[in-house]
Ligand binder design. Structure first.
Ligand code: TXA
Ligand code: MG
Length: 349
């Protein structure tokens, strides 16, 4: 299959190209598109065959459910059994935006989309290209992140091409995404709304609108026997080719430790990568040092995390040492992705 890549200016959407993309979805094909979080791989959510193609293109285990993307709140009722009042409040506050909510599914949603589950995840993305595509494609677009299963989520159209060129019909290139980490997932099928995946919208922001919200137990104790409730969170996602170790502690102690570890590995003949920030690159005289962003603006760290992991995959390093990024708003989401990439390997100094 030849994958058509179309450059889309989010401020000035090419109507003809968008119509073509929508037609692909209506006919059961696949279109990758930008959202504010990461690029998604879209197919018609109400068409079981299209959903099947998504799993195949990504090499994704078929028990891992897809998120349905909508463009209008009024479209929600067709795919869910009921909308709890608290969910309605969150939708009002944060949709369109990086928030996914889980409901009991209606009969219109095929099991092929939900990985056999009775529940369905729904989100309204905050990106003009995504919203236009959803509308052009019939209103319900199932979209996981547009990466090969097991690779970091794509934050640029070139990442999507790396993984899916030749396997999907079209890629809409809307430039680099804004947030860079996938949406927060809140489960409304529990007695207390529960965060299944941390994201830009953190626990505090949720509680401000609806009161108490819980973290999924499988998230807090990542190495325990408790399985995360979101099937996708149990996989070792975002696994870089090199072995990754996260070093946590006060900045100077972390820098000293990473310098020592780097020396040891270099002496053993390994190629070493280091994930630092603009504030600390100077502290590492050896190894391939990449700045992920600045601690002054945590959103730069979130936005570049997956891209930096991909760059290290291309650079052929054998091991990577990363600083920890416990930043105020998105620290939990950033560390969740980073530690997953590290297979939970972390040391404290
Ligand atoms: O930001 C995002 O959410 C991106 C963009 C494209 O919208 N999408 C995304 O999709 O991250 P994906 O498929 O890569 O991650 C969806 C996660 C998986 O961990 C999956 O297991 C979980 O959501 N999930 C989906 N439906 C679920 C359900 N009914 N119950 C529990 N977890 C669910
Ligand atoms: Mg994903």
């Amino acid at each position: 299959m030849k994958t058509k890549v179309i450059r889309m200016n989010p401020e000035h959407i090419d109507r003809n190209a968008m119509e073509e993309a929508g037609m692909i979805l209506k006919k059961g094909g696949l279109v990758a598109f930008p959202t504010e979080t990461v690029y998604g791989l879209g197919g018609n959510a109400l068409d079981e065959e299209a959903a099947g193609k998504i799993y195949q293109a990504k090499g994704r285990p078929s028990d891992n459910p897809l998120i349905i993307h909508i463009a209008d709140i009024s479209d929600l009722k067709r795919i869910v059994k009921e909308v709890p009042e608290k969910a309605e409040k969150l939708a009002e506050a944060y949709w369109p935006g990086p928030l996914t909510m889980i409901f009991s599914k209606s009969e219109e949603v095929p099991y092929g989309t939900t990985g056999g589950m009775e529940t369905v995840a729904v989100r309204m993305p905050d990106h003009p290209v995504a919203l236009a595509l959803i509308r052009a494609g019939g209103g319900y677009v199932a979209a996981p992140s547009a990466n090969t299963s097991g690779r970091p989520s794509p934050t640029r159209s070139s990442h999507v091409e790396e993984d899916l060129d030749g396997k999907i019909d079209m890629i809409l290139d809307g430039g680099e995404v804004g947030i860079g980490l996938e949406s927060t997932i809140v489960d409304f099928t529990e007695d207390i709304p529960t965060i299944l995946r941390p994201g830009y919208i953190n626990q505090k922001m949720l509680e401000k609108i609806i009161g108490p919200v819980r973290m999924d137990k499988g998230l807090i104790s990542a190495d325990s026997k408790i399985r995360p409730k979101a099937p996708g969170m149990k996989y070792r996602h975002y696994a870089p080719k090199a072995e990754l170790l996260v070093v946590e502690g006060k900045p100077q102690a972390v820098q000293k430790k990473i310098r020592e570890l780097t020396r040891e590995k270099l002496e053993a003949g390994c190629r070493v990568g280091i994930i630092a920030t603009d504030e600390s690159t100077f502290a590492y005289p050896e190894g391939i040092v990449k700045s992920i962003g600045t601690r002054e603006q945590e959103e730069t760290i979130a936005r570049h995390l997956f891209g930096v992991l991909r760059e290290f995959d291309d650079s052929g390093v054998d091991c990577i040492f990363s600083e920890a990024f416990d930043t105020p708003q998105m620290g939990q989401a950033i560390m969740n992705r980073l530690l997953k990439a590290a297979g939970q390997r972390k040391i404290k100094v």
